[in-house]
Design a protein around this ligand. Structure first.
Ligand code: ADP
Length: 356
């Protein structure tokens, strides 16, 4: 009974927020200056006023300022706990039957993997999410029984690879997105691991990220050019009324959004960057079409959006982290990322705040 009350209260609050803000949230996270940037004497171009936690200003080369507003802005001093504290209500709504998608978008080296995957000492959104889902599922054990299933895949040059299967063991048959009988998008043959503890989850996430780099001469380079997707399926079984629920939570570390230099544009690199551009702009188009409530949503324009079709739109929740660098040498890419995120959010930037 307590569970049902809690759940309906959360749904009520959620619907109230939706009325006010829509289903899409955009958080911006700026990484600290790295060692090389500090050694070069760089100063940060990103000005975040702690008393305005939803805006930031970029100091441009002519000293003019551009202001951007998001649902929340995290600065270099905000740690993984602070980021997850703002994210947890979105991820845990998967337990109440909502489909959820979380993306990290931005130039390579801005902290997408740090935010999503994290490091052993500073675990990211992926691990914290599962930890929280375990906590909730145990808490409600009296009326609800939950099962958590995890899949991990990579999209590289519009091809899907299962990251929970060793590269050499990958079946010759290609993984493809198919529509299931219930009308949802599925990937037949994709491994779904049933997880019971956070230790198991950590091992699985490590296996997935190890398999991600297999077969490439430069692991970091390859991972910056592929999308890495973690899918958590939550199956709920209500022991009181026999109702069953199934929902998906996607946690996505996107390929680097940077434009490659003209000199590098040839051969394999050209193909890769065309695929990345195509899928990232397809994602932007889908999210902004959803925000503007257009009738045609172009899900089929890329593998990425096709995969996520049943978890974007409708009453699904979407959260995007736009990751940026504070360094002057990245100014061009930073403005591109912030403009992309602004378009996704569907709200133009307001006037520049007066300086004190
Ligand atoms: P990306 O996935 O966007 O290519 P990474 O996550 O690999 O970027 O981050 C690049 C480097 O910056 C890594 O060494 C990472 O640990 C560090 N880093 C990124 N964001 C932060 C942060 N908020 N705090 C501390 N270090 C960070």
């Amino acid at each position: 009974k307590k569970y049902l009350e809690e759940s309906s209260e959360r749904k009520r609050l959620y619907n109230e927020v939706i009325e006010l803000k829509g289903n899409i949230r955009v958080f911006c996270r700026c990484r600290p200056l790295n060692r090389d940037e500090v050694a070069n004497g760089s100063s940060s171009l990103v000005d975040i006023d702690p008393s305005h936690e939803n805006e930031l200003q970029i100091i441009c080369s002519d000293s003019s300022r551009k202001q951007f507003k998001f649902d929340h802005v995290f600065g270099p001093h905000d740690n993984q706990e602070a980021v997850f504290a703002q994210t947890s209500s979105v991820v845990t709504s998967v337990v109440d039957g909502f489909n959820v998608c979380i993306f990290a978008y931005g130039q390579t080296g801005t902290g997408k993997t740090f935010t999503m995957e994290g490091t052993p000492e500073n675990r990211g959104v992926n691990y914290r999410t599962l930890e929280e889902l375990f906590r909730i599922s145990k808490e409600r054990n009296s009326t609800m029984r939950y099962e958590l299933l995890v899949s991990m895949l990579e999209v590289y040059n519009e091809k899907i690879r299962d990251l929970l299967v060793e590269n050499s063991d990958q079946p010759l048959k290609k993984l493809e997105v198919k529509q299931s009988a219930e009308g949802t998008q599925e990937v037949p043959g994709l491994v779904e691991a049933c997880v019971h503890s956070t230790d198991e989850v950590w091992e699985l996430l490590r296996t997935g990220s190890r398999n991600r780099s297999v077969g490439s001469t430069n692991a970091n380079e390859l991972s910056s050019r592929s999308h890495c997707l973690l899918r958590v399926t939550v199956k709920g079984d209500n022991l009181v009324n026999g109702q069953r629920t199934k929902s998906h939570l996607w946690l996505v570390d996107l390929a680097g959004s940077e434009r490659v230099g003209k000199i590098e544009i040839e051969g394999e690199r050209l193909k890769e960057s065309q695929f990345i551009n195509k899928s990232l702009s397809a994602l932007g188009d889908v999210i902004s079409a959803l925000a503007s409530k257009t009738s045609h949503i172009p899900y089929r324009n890329s593998k990425l959006t096709h995969l996520l079709q049943s978890s974007l739109g409708g009453d699904c929740k979407t959260l995007m982290f736009v990751q940026i660098s504070p360094s002057a040498s990245d100014l061009g890419e930073t403005l591109c990322s912030l403009n992309f995120a602004t378009r996704v959010r569907g709200i133009e930037h307001g006037p520049v705040r007066k300086q004190a």
